[in-house]
Ligand binder design. Structure first.
Ligand code: ATP
Ligand code: MG
Length: 265
């Protein structure tokens, strides 16, 4: 069974009174324990796909199956149950924490909301901090009292509070400097191995995708242009668009100029 199965997913938006497809008939799957990279230039529809999978945005058409169950149009209690199986991590972790709340309390809340007893949730919060290699005393800190990398670790701890099988990361490491990025990548890899997590990893950095992902989905203008193992797609791209994306990261000739994908907004 696939952890995630997306079929013919489409999202229409209106721009200046005209409809356009930000995501156009996209289908792909993610296996258990697999890390799938979603790549494409700015505006190609990556975040829109992630938001639809996380049910933050309703699709125009198509289906999304999580662990074999169709979740596309779930509501109420069944939607909340489906939510337990996946979590999302964003680019700016500080924006996703309540600034007036201690980190421990924000992490704990995920569990108490799911009906877990307060004392158990508190104990588990400390274990989650261990898991992401943050000192336990960080539970008593506020978001502004920790660094960006530490905050991303705390965001991961909170994402893992519901024991999800799928983690959706939208540029989760893009705002961090290179050495901190490497530490978060190492942590993501370790969590993948230890917890058997699957990832849908949106990432501008194709070198990082090559290092971290098992499979890659390339999208352009909302459409899927190429998919396969990371080795095949990045090592030997079939489509011109993928080659162009790659060449902007791994230039063949450094004196040549390439069309660079825009920096994420
Ligand atoms: N809520 C919205 N209403 C209208 N248009 C939208 C909305 N959200 C996204 N779009 C448009 O849909 C297209 C895809 O946007 P999306 O955010 O998915 O791109 P992206 O691949 O994540 O880009 P980036 O790499 O810059 O984050 C863009 O043209 C964007 O302007
Ligand atoms: Mg985006």
């Amino acid at each position: 069974m696939y952890v995630l199965e997306i079929e013919n997913l489409t999202k229409e938006f209106s721009k200046n009174g005209r409809k356009f497809k930000a995501v156009d008939d996209v289908s792909f799957t993610i296996d258990a324990g697999e890390c799938c990279g979603l790549v494409g230039e700015s505006g190609s529809g990556k975040s829109t796909i992630a938001k639809m999978v996380a049910r933050l945005l309703p699709p125009t058409s198509g289906t999304i199956k999580l662990l074999g169950e169709e979740i596309t149009y779930l509501q109420g209690k069944r939607l909340r149950q489906a939510y337990q199986k996946m979590a999302m991590v964003f680019q700016m972790p500080k924006d996703s924490f309540n600034p007036r709340r201690k980190l421990g309390s924000s992490i704990q809340e995920v569990m108490t909301n799911a009906g877990i007893h307060r004392a158990d949730a508190k104990k588990r919060t400390l274990e989650l901090l261990d898991l992401v290699e943050l000192k336990r005393e960080y539970a008593d800190r506020f978001p502004h009292q920790i660094s960006g990398g530490e905050c991303q670790r705390a965001a991961l701890a909170r994402a893992l509070a519901g024991n999800p099988q799928l983690l959706i990361c939208d540029e989760a490491t893009s705002a961090l400097d290179v050495s901190v990025q490497a530490q978060i990548v190492a942590l993501l890899k370790r969590l993948q191995q230890e917890l058997g997590l699957s990832y849908l990893m949106i990432c501008h950095d194709l070198a990082l995708v090559k290092n971290l992902c098992d499979t890659v989905v390339v999208i352009q203008g909302g459409q899927l242009v190429e998919t396969g193992t990371a080795d095949a797609v990045i090592g030997n791209p079939k489509q011109a668009y993928t080659k162009l994306l790659l060449e902007s990261v791994f230039p063949v000739d450094p004196t040549e100029t390439w069309v660079l994908p825009e920096y994420p907004r």
